[in-house]
Design a protein around this ligand. Structure first.
Ligand code: PLP
Length: 363
């Protein structure tokens, strides 16, 4: 079987991690490395740990379980808010979880109590990105309640920006966050962890404008793809190509650039527009929507243009590189985060190390 495959350069991932960890350390910030973009791949997780993070962050308990079975020993932070039905697994698999609901904390407390344990939690605060988190005005009362649960220990507070509404972290909203932390501590509650950043906060940290009270970051994309996420700029001294997708050309023919005949929607309900520039060289590659979020890939060869995709094919204009590609030729692609997520999760994409070894798939 000739599956399309993704090559994973573990040395580049380790290097990226070390760059980010050193930057954060210089500003008093420890880093939890987020592996969810790789479906919790054990080799990637190990590379990230070699790069100096204090633990791993995952959104799926299943991924934490797989990492642990693969012998990856570290502290695990569950990033996605726990579901009520999974609290027993949360307290056994995760060392820390992010939380925003008192009902869930009560259930976690009971689940931990049943095992004579105490489960650590970080309470999330919503600074305006409008995804997870307690509203700032409600935080003091929330924490007073949370401290009553014997099976959970509130080790700190956190906030997440940029991911849902695209609200950017800046000196203003971060200061609001640490002011709130000061207010809570003024009331006699100790917060060890003040988790204030993901990859969108790196520019603020590097500029020395992240308030010093922030001492923890949860970073994924910058380690895996070498980018901050406010402007998706390549981060200095990191690699953007630790992951490369490889497909194979299944058909290569000269055909018109514009479709013939009366047209309606494509297989995915889109009305596509195709420019007419005569006869072109069209390649069909074996990476379709079943394998990857096609909008998130860019051909490594800049002469190539992606024309579109269906569930099993990518259609590429190779006219500008005519003669360089044949049926059976490989075509390679850089990935963005969405594409990485799908490629690492797809059962149709083989995972390979740089020496061509087949890596055990995450799933
Ligand atoms: C995914 C996630 C992160 C990591 O975000 P990046 O932009 O990849 O650095 C951090 N925190 C939470 C809560 C997340 O879900």
């Amino acid at each position: 079987m000739a599956h399309p495959y993704v090559t994973i350069d573990l040395q580049k991932i380790e290097h990226n991690t070390r760059t980010i960890v050193n930057l954060c350390r210089a500003h008093g910030i420890t880093v939890t490395g987020v592996t969810k973009g790789t479906c919790g791949h054990p080799d990637v997780a190990k590379a990230i740990l070699r790069g100096g993070v204090v633990g791993l962050g995952e959104s799926q308990l299943e991924n934490i379980q797989r990492l642990k079975s693969a012998g990856v020993e570290t502290s695990y932070l569950l990033l996605r808010l726990p579901a009520l039905g999974e609290v027993d697994d949360v307290v056994t698999l995760a060392d820390v979880s992010l939380n925003s609901e008192l009902g869930v904390l009560a259930a976690l407390s009971q689940a931990a109590g049943r095992r004579q344990r105490v489960h650590d939690v970080i309470v999330m605060v919503d600074l305006g990105d409008l995804r997870e988190g307690v509203w700032p005005a409600d935080l003091p009362a929330f924490l007073q309640e949370a401290l009553q649960f014997p099976g959970v220990r509130v080790i700190g507070v956190g906030t997440n920006l940029a991911c849902f509404s695209g609200v950017m972290p800046n000196a203003n909203n971060m200061q609001r966050f640490v002011d709130l932390v000061g207010e809570i501590e003024g009331a006699g509650i100790t917060l060890h962890v003040v988790s204030g950043a993901n990859s969108s906060g790196l520019s603020l940290i590097a500029a020395g404008r992240m308030p010093p009270r922030i001492n923890h970051a949860r970073i994924g994309e910058a380690l895996l793809l070498g980018r901050e996420t406010m402007h998706r700029q390549a981060w200095p001294d990191t690699f953007q190509d630790a992951f490369v997708l490889h497909g194979e050309i299944l058909e290569l023919k000269k055909k018109p650039s514009a479709p013939l005949g009366e047209r309606s929607e494509d297989a995915f309900g889109h009305l596509n527009v195709f420019a007419n520039h005569g006869i072109i060289d069209r390649a069909l590659v074996n990476v379709g929507r079943e394998e990857v979020t096609v909008e998130g890939i860019v051909p490594c060869d800049q002469r190539l243009t992606i024309l579109g995709a269906s569930s099993s094919y990518l259609v590429v204009d190779v006219t500008a590189a005519a003669g360089c590609y044949q049926v059976g030729s490989e075509m390679t692609f850089f990935l963005n985060y969405a594409a990485l997520l799908t490629v690492m999760t797809s059962v149709y994409i083989e995972k390979r190390s740089m020496d061509g070894r087949r890596m055990s798939a995450a799933r």
